[in-house]
Write a protein that binds this ligand. Structure first.
Ligand SMILES: [Zn+2]
Length: 364
């Protein structure tokens, strides 16, 4: 089986060349779905389209996308997937080989978009992201996380050709998804600090522009914490734009570096220790409290912001055991040895991890 971790067009790029693949159109707002026909027209998409959705996302957005594309004179098929496993990706790839669509629409939360992103990249066609939840920054990033590739973190795939985010559709999702998205954005403070460390200590590429964009998103969500609350349309929009900016930051960096550091390694490790823990962004938020402490910075500020946003700040609130948090913190540095972070620098044993988790009141 062929497994691409990079967009096929950039394999073999010399290290002196920096490649950025950015979305061409982004439409955000109440009723944005209705803009799909004109987006398709502007992008000059003339052939058949394939929509990837789940049971829920089909009802809240997929059927509407289907109707709008038919009205735009396109031949349209819809394929329902329930997860983003290797099997789902291959099933979509078979459908692409069969139906020969010119464009793929990923309609749903993180998993449907990731499955659409990866399968379209493998098959060499573009995809359009139509998020129905705000749970993490994958809605706009060029990276995809798919179960079964043997890596618990996301890999380079391709950036969406367009992002069409309808705040009315997104407001139908349980608020917990948005809370997870907030945690994912807040985690950029530590991610950028770790990226800088990778640059200073390992000579890794570091891009000031991508780093600033990720930090700006985190600062904006932090400042707007009292607005980003259920039912507040302006708050939803701030979060949505912050998540899209994070995705763009990764496109500019050409990697997940500006948006994923030690706090993400902690979240990935927690998934290994307890696969039934909290949502991605919720775990990254708690990871961010821990890593801010390890960096010797103001972890209370991170914790208080997360509290204000309604995000979990303790093991109990994430629905995991205290010892699972400690184990995950210990395991985190081994998840991705090539990613230099504060965890590699400190190289902590179990008791040092327990001390950090207690000091930050993540465990009692
Ligand atoms: Zn994330």
């Amino acid at each position: 089986m062929k497994l691409y971790y990079e967009h096929p067009s950039v394999t073999g790029l010399p290290s002196t060349h920096h490649y950025m693949q950015l979305p061409r159109e982004v439409i955000v707002g109440n009723g944005a779905l209705s803009r799909i026909p004109e987006v398709v027209k502007r992008l000059n998409i003339k052939g058949p389209a394939l929509i990837i959705a789940g049971q829920t996302s089909r009802q809240i957005a997929g059927n509407t996308v289907h109707k709008l594309l038919v009205e735009a004179d396109l031949i349209v098929d819809m394929l329902l997937v329930e997860a983003a496993t290797i099997r789902d990706v291959l099933r979509i790839e078979e459908a692409i080989a069969d139906l020969k669509p010119k464009i793929l629409f990923g309609v749903g939360g993180g998993t449907k978009i990731d499955a659409a992103k990866l399968s379209s990249a493998h098959q060499g066609i573009p995809f359009i992201s139509v998020p129905t939840t705000l749970s993490h920054d994958g809605i706009a990033s060029p990276l995809a996380s798919v179960k079964g590739f043997g890596k618990p973190y996301s890999a380079m795939s391709q950036a969406p050709l367009a992002i069409i985010a309808d705040t009315e559709v997104i407001s139908l999702a349980p608020w917990r998804f948005a809370v997870s998205g907030c945690g994912d954005v807040i985690s950029k403070f530590t991610a950028v600090r770790d990226w800088r460390l990778g640059h200073d200590e390992k000579g890794e590429y570091y891009g000031e522009y991508a780093a600033s964009l990720a930090l700006m998103s985190a600062t904006l969500v932090e400042k707007s914490a009292s607005e980003i609350q259920k039912g507040n349309e302006e708050g939803t929009r701030i979060l949505l734009e912050a998540l899209i900016s994070c995705g763009v930051a990764m496109s500019i960096a050409g990697s997940s570096r500006p948006c994923s550091g030690s706090e993400h390694l902690f979240s990935h490790a927690l998934n290994v220790v307890n696969p039934n823990g909290a949502m991605h962004g919720e775990q990254c938020g708690v990871g961010s409290i821990l890593m801010t402490y390890l960096w010797g910075q103001n972890w209370r500020k991170v914790r208080d912001t997360l509290k204000k946003l309604g995000a979990p700040t303790t093991a109990a609130e994430m629905g995991v055991k205290d010892r699972e948090v400690v184990k995950a913190l210990e395991l985190a540095r081994t998840i991705r040895p090539d990613r230099h972070t504060v965890l590699q620098k400190l190289n902590m044993d179990y008791s040092a991890c327990e001390k950090a988790a207690k000091a930050t009141e993540v465990i009692s």
